[in-house]
Ligand binder design. Structure first.
Ligand code: GTP
Ligand code: MG
Length: 348
């Protein structure tokens, strides 16, 4: 116990930990902002109910998983099962009522499944950055959001790492799925992969690989995972150690050419050849556009296991991403080395 207390004290003093924790506090969403976003969601809920009492709207993505940065978008989804042909009419009715309330935005009807984008607000003058993407009946996104949320509750370091990595990726401009790099969701899955399958002892258990999980099938995929348990942590690494380990692993150890990042797979090991994820495939998207699914960076969605979350990453994009992983590893190792020797000198 004395040794653990000494280690904790050393960690508290460690300037790199202090720096990372204060950055984390600066960049993550505040409770105030979350309350505002909650109020917006209630307003939208009211509208959706008034169009169809049996419809509902729920948030998913980072606002809901707890992994949001400041001024984060709201990802939302209207739930109205078995709507079929009437979808278009229902969606445009919702959009009209949102506009009447003072929201400005776009209704993208070209897509087979409509999308509403609310870009600004003229009446309520929200304090925080406002943008809201609304999709329809996207049940799997709601389930994967709650999986991410469940992981973030197990250990505070999980949430800290995920938010720091998301922030770093945005700063480095390697978080642009439309321009060949990776979505935030992809980076969070990489962090979880490291904490579940790479670092030893593990920081997180695999919530999809447990006798206590209850199977549940949604859209043909098993979305079961263990809910509501907290698991004893044996890993005592500090935040800088975990972050440096994460960057180092994806800079120098992970085999991008052959392997698939999979958080649900026991052991985490999957090969591209085994999933037939080798050659890029073209298919037609919901707005009849041609989409190229690449497998340069292979990240299996935890539930929709046929879906590569890294499909947006091009060869050039991966080159950039790995370059940033290497740079981050160097900087973090240098900072840790200097600060440790500085602390030792202080104490001597
Ligand atoms: P920021 O908006 O950058 O704060 O990130 P976020 O954490 O909200 O993640 P992102 O916007 O990338 O994704 C939002 C949600 O979409 C995720 O939490 C998933 O629930 C869902 N999603 C499912 N599949 C995908 C996918 O392939 N790519 C992305 N980007 N999102 C997916
Ligand atoms: Mg989002």
């Amino acid at each position: 116990a004395a040794a653990a207390a000494a280690a904790a004290a050393e960690r508290e003093l460690d300037p790199v930990t202090c720096f990372l924790l204060s950055t984390y506090d600066d960049v993550r969403v505040s409770d105030d902002e979350l309350r505002e976003k909650d109020a917006i969601m209630n307003l939208l809920k009211h509208v959706v109910h008034s169009v169809r009492p049996e419809a509902d709207i729920v948030a998913f993505g980072s606002i809901q998983s707890g992994l949001a940065l400041k001024n984060s978008d709201i990802d939302a989804c209207i739930l109205l099962p078995d709507i079929g042909e009437e979808m278009e009419e229902f969606a445009s009715e919702c959009f009209e009522r949102f506009t009447a309330l003072g929201f400005e935005g776009k209704y993208l009807r070209k897509a087979r499944i409509p999308i509403i984008k609310l870009l600004s607000d003229t009446k309520n003058r929200y304090y925080y950055g406002f943008q809201c993407d609304i999709g329809f009946n996207n049940q799997l996104a709601i389930y994967n959001t709650s999986l991410l949320h469940q992981y973030s509750l197990i250990d505070p370091r999980c949430k800290q790492l995920a938010i720091l990595v998301k922030y770093w990726a945005k700063q480095k401009r390697i978080n642009s799925p439309y321009y060949g790099t990776l979505s935030s969701y992809g980076y969070v899955l990489m962090v979880l992969f490291y904490l579940i399958h790479v670092v030893r002892p593990a920081v997180l258990p695999n919530l999809q690989d447990s006798p206590h999980k209850q199977d549940l099938y949604v859209e043909g995929f098993n979305v079961g995972f263990v809910r509501g348990t907290t698991v004893a942590r044996r890993n005592t690494e500090s935040l800088p150690q975990l972050l440096a380990g994460f960057y180092g692993f994806f800079a120098h150890e992970f085999n991008y050419r052959e392997s698939v990042i999979s958080i649900r797979q026991p052991g985490g090991l999957l090969k591209k050849v085994d999933k037939d994820w080798t050659l890029a495939k073209e298919h037609t998207g919901s707005a009849d556009q041609v989409i190229k699914d690449r497998y340069v960076l292979a990240i299996e969605d935890p539930f929709e296991i046929t879906h590569n979350v890294g499909r947006t990453v091009s060869k050039a994009g991966l080159f950039e991403i790995r370059g940033e992983f290497m740079q981050a590893t160097r900087l973090l190792n240098a900072a840790t080395l200097h600060s440790t020797s500085a602390i030792r000198k202080l104490r001597a």
